[in-house]
Write a protein that binds this ligand. Sequence first.
Ligand SMILES: [Zn+2]
Length: 141
Amino acid sequence: MTEPSSDDGSTFRRETERVVNEISQGLRTLDAGAGWFSGLAPTRQQEVLQEVAGYAMQAHITAADGCAGVARSGVKPTANPSVMICMDPPRYGFAGLPSAEHVKAFRVLVSVFAVADTRRREMYCKGDCGHAWHDLPTATE
Ligand SMILES: [Zn+2]
């Protein structure tokens, strides 16, 4: 076996990045992504939430993006992760939520990232940019 171990942190971060960007770019459904997420160990889930919160910060999400993301996430607007992301400025302490709320936090964070990153792709990238994650290979089943 020459495959890298699944305990390899950088391999896992790349997997997270791929899943999140596939969802953002419509190559994978949010439900499928949430299924991937819920199969992870609790400590991995916290790592993913921190990682995706970092993407959301880099994408400069606004409170309006937060609310637009919540609306498409399938999570109730009154749930803790929804309330946090709609604050101005948004709160990002999702990894500190009880583990029962991690899947909701994942759905909210990825949806909000998708709102902000889609805007960035459409306004600034125009299909030709240096963002490696905007040039994903088309998914093959
Ligand atoms: Zn780009």
